[in-house]
Ligand binder design. Structure first.
Ligand SMILES: Nc1ncnc2c1ncn2[C@@H]1O[C@H](COP(=O)(O)OP(=O)(O)OP(=O)(O)O)[C@@H](O)[C@H]1O
Ligand SMILES: [Mg+2]
Length: 372
């Protein structure tokens, strides 16, 4: 797909450490556009059906395989995509590591062919970051005029009818968040300095993400919340689903890092996922033994990093097979965030659960070695 990055020639796909979704999956997006004969909302690159197919994966009538990006309930994706086709904005909510950012990027890539119109929300995010700023040299030389105005990603998305993204909306101070109210309800951005307004053209919409755990940092005002349809992204429903997510993503990441594929890595992935789920849920898989949960969040995203780190160890310092010793250090690092409290939790889990489990002796030894 002819994305702005490819056009500008600044970063090409082969140079970028992490290409944008519209570049990394341009072949899939093109194939979808070719077979997609359903109606497309104005300025959408694909129909809502094709956007959902891009996210969920399928094999097209011409044989092209669309890889699943999001693994989870189909309905969630359908609600998210159809929201974007309305005049309401989309809020993706969930605990850390549930693919909010990932889904937001892929939605923007599929709908608008551009996932880069992004505002990263932090405690320091200012109104200018959401509205517009000024080029001061221009402003001083020629006074306030359109040419001196530096549009924010949101303003650019409004002007071009594209999808804007706001990451971590609830980290933004409440009064700054409220800048979005006019944008979302009136679809316009007043520019009092020029006595003008910038109106959104059809096709514009906005995807925000927010973390469940951050609630209370800055609440979303009820006025703003009413402008959004909220879609909650759940944790993977089963261990099998989580293993599937981790192995798919590790495979993709490994390829982009040129790591050789590890045969039989699945057993180790299953083990990482089991450990994370048991510690997260506070009970063993068989429901028999209660375990304490550590302070950090053991999300799917962390499991993906532990396995990717393990593959790198196996490739560079092992025999290429992913083994217990390659993931043990990563697991310890993910679990023990608070050296005092988490260390106790981990030791207890190690001695009462891991040690007793059939077929886990190699893993027990590897963990003991890195814990010492
Ligand atoms: N259900 C899922 N389907 C596909 N990938 C997933 C799923 N859950 C997690 N992931 C993977 O987890 C990684 C992290 O996801 P992401 O960064 O989007 O999480 P997040 O919800 O934005 O977390 P945070 O709240 O920390 O910002 C991504 O690589 C993503 O592919
Ligand atoms: Mg995120």
């Amino acid at each position: 797909m002819d994305s702005p990055h490819a056009r500008g020639g600044v970063v090409t796909e082969t140079q970028a450490l992490r290409p944008h979704a519209e570049d990394a999956f341009s072949a899939e997006l093109q194939a979808l556009a070719a077979v997609d004969d359903r109606p497309r909302p104005e300025r959408w690159r694909l129909s809502p059906w094709a956007v959902a197919t891009y996210l969920l994966g399928d094999t097209l009538s011409d044989g092209t395989v669309i890889t699943p990006k999001y693994v989870g309930p189909r309905r969630i994706v359908e609600v998210a995509v159809s929201t974007l086709a309305t005049d309401r904005a989309l809020l993706l909510l969930g605990v850390p590591g549930t693919a909010k950012t990932w889904v937001s990027e892929h939605l923007a890539a599929a709908v608008s062919g551009d996932s880069t119109l992004l505002v990263q929300g932090t405690a320091g995010t200012s109104e200018e970051a959401i509205r517009y700023g000024w080029n001061y040299a221009q402003l001083l030389a020629h006074g306030p005029h359109r040419g001196a105005l530096v549009p924010s990603p949101v303003m650019r998305a409004m002007a071009e009818g594209l999808t804007a993204r706001v990451e971590e909306l609830t980290r933004i101070p409440a009064d700054v968040q409220d800048t979005l109210i006019t944008v979302l309800s009136e679809k316009t951005l007043p520019i009092p300095e020029l006595g003008e307004e910038a109106q959104a053209v059809r096709g514009f919409n906005l995807i925000a993400t927010a973390n469940d755990r951050d609630r209370g940092v800055n609440e979303l005002s009820s006025a703003l919340r009413r402008r959004f349809n909220t879609v909650v992204l759940p944790l993977p429903a089963s261990a099998e689903a989580e293993v599937d997510i981790v192995s798919r993503r590790v495979d993709q990441l490994g390829r982009s890092l040129d790591l050789p594929p590890a045969p039989d890595g699945l057993d180790e992935i299953r083990r990482v996922v089991t450990v994370f789920r048991e510690l997260r849920e506070g009970v063993t898989d068989d429901g028999r033994t209660k375990v304490k949960s550590p302070s950090g969040t053991l999300s799917t995203a962390e499991a993906i990093s532990v396995v990717t780190g393990g593959l790198s160890l196996a490739a560079h310092f092992g025999d290429g097979m992913l083994r217990a010793g390659d993931v043990a250090a990563g697991i310890l690092g993910a679990v023990v965030r608070d050296p005092a409290a988490d260390q106790v939790v981990w030791q207890e889990y190690l001695e009462t659960v891991v040690r007793e489990r059939d077929g886990w002796q190699d893993f027990y030894r590897a963990c003991r070695e890195v814990s010492a």
